[in-house]
Design a protein around this ligand. Structure first.
Ligand code: CAA
Length: 375
């Protein structure tokens, strides 16, 4: 039922406007608000805080459908649920949960997550935005980079440095709001893909945040960030599956319609095999996403499986996007056909929430865990 609801909403409301939103670089606020009305922005939020508490497996079903129609809308939904409401549910005290979760569940508040900085991306633990304690406040100074939904979000989970002596253990997480004095949304990036999603810098200048806005304990921020990304990566993996499915759907349609040498190109084995390989890759990636989501719903460690799903799905998605353009020939290179957008949107899935190289680091460290613990 959840998949069906998401599919119909994606086909009827998201897809028809997706090209225009992306061409005009316009955030699909009205669509995101409707996702809230459907309960898709509170999928990880317990019912006592107004959420639907449907969990990660249901969420990846919905995310695949939304991303099939528009990856900009899809990343907004994924980040809101996994990277923002997720850590609040898991790490916030009761007061903060009451303050944010009910309004996040309805979509009144949209969430974002700020870890990366101009000088720290893959090496997230080297972040330098500082937070200095001053009475019952912390004073923040620094710049965050590449923040998804940066110009449009209302709630930000932000990792900052409270201790310079200890690298990963000197990081603390806070919940910030854009109307706090000293909080500025910086440059909006002009991107290859996901052009309807705003990606911005965030600049903090003597931003005073009450200690009561802290998520977890002081020094726990990196653990929170990594634990959160384990979930977020499942969301991005389902985004990759959604984009790949859109590529396949468009290619099947084109193969049936386009004629060459006197017959539809779908009659040629060269095209048939491309479609077969695309469908097989999608099926494998989708099952990896389902597996990681189920492990998370079961409360089992899913660091490795989430990284594997993200790595595999994003690489398969890019292979498929390239082949989808190839099936379309010159037409696939034009804005007139949707595969041009899918091809551009696919690329980021191998980069954000940890590059493919970082996923391989995460996977291999889990395999070699004993070695790491012994040395
Ligand atoms: N869960 C809980 N704790 C974890 C963890 C996890 N998955 N992974 C690591 N930790 C803990 C470790 O146990 C360790 O704790 P102790 O100090 O208690 O031993 C601590 O964190 C430090 O761990 P590492 O030594 O492994 O840390 P590292 O500095 O070597 O970094 C890394 C590991 C995997 C490279 C990490 O930095 C990383 O994932 N980098 C990529 C960052 C990333 O994904 N950024 C994406 C930005 S967000 C985004 O893209 C959102 C968007 O726009 C859509």
């Amino acid at each position: 039922m959840i998949q069906q609801t998401a599919r119909e909403f994606a086909d009827n409301e998201i897809a028809p406007a997706a090209d225009a939103h992306n061409r005009e670089q316009r955030f699909p606020l009205e669509i995101v608000k409707k996702l809230g009305e459907l309960g898709f922005l509170g999928m990880l939020i317990p019912t006592e805080y107004g959420g639907t508490a449907l969990g990660n497996f249901s969420m990846v079903l919905a995310l695949e459908e939304v991303n099939r129609a528009c990856a900009s809308t899809g990343v907004t939904m994924s980040v809101h649920n996994s990277l923002c409401s997720g850590p609040i549910v898991h790490w916030a005290n009761e007061e903060l949960k009451q303050k944010y979760l009910p309004r996040m569940a309805t979509g009144e508040l949209i969430g974002a997550y700020a870890l990366s900085e101009p000088d720290s991306g893959s090496d997230a633990a080297s972040l330098s935005t500082s937070a200095v304690k001053d009475g019952s406040n912390y004073v923040l100074n620094g710049t965050k980079n590449f923040i998804t939904t940066g110009a449009d979000a209302d709630v930000f989970i932000v990792m900052v440095r409270t201790d310079k002596e200890h690298k990963s253990r000197g990081i603390t997480a806070f919940i910030l709001e854009p109307d706090m004095k000293g909080f500025a949304v910086g440059r909006k990036e002009d991107k290859l893909g996901l052009r309807a999603s705003s990606t911005t810098q965030l600049i903090f200048e003597d931003l005073r945040v009450p200690a009561s806005q802290m998520l977890g304990e002081e020094g726990e921020g990196f653990k929170i960030a990594m634990h959160t990304l384990d979930g977020g990566r499942i969301g991005i993996a389902s985004q990759a599956v959604g984009i790949a499915q859109a590529c396949l759907d468009a290619s099947v349609k084109y193969a049936q319609e386009r004629e060459a040498f006197g017959e539809p190109i779908g009659k040629f084995q060269a095209v048939q095999w491309k479609l077969a390989d695309m469908a097989t890759g999608i099926e494998a990636a989708r099952l990896m996403v389902y597996n990681a989501a189920r492990l998370k719903d079961d409360g089992q460690r899913h660091t490795k499986e989430a990284a594997m799903a993200k790595l595999f799905a994003s690489e398969v998605c890019n292979d498929i996007a390239r082949e989808a353009v190839q099936v379309h020939g010159g037409a696939g290179y034009l804005e007139d056909f949707p595969v041009e957008r899918y091809f551009r949107d696919a690329r980021i899935t191998e980069i954000y929430e940890g590059t493919s190289e970082i996923q391989r680091v995460v996977i291999s460290r889990q395999l070699l865990k004993d070695l790491y613990q012994r040395h």
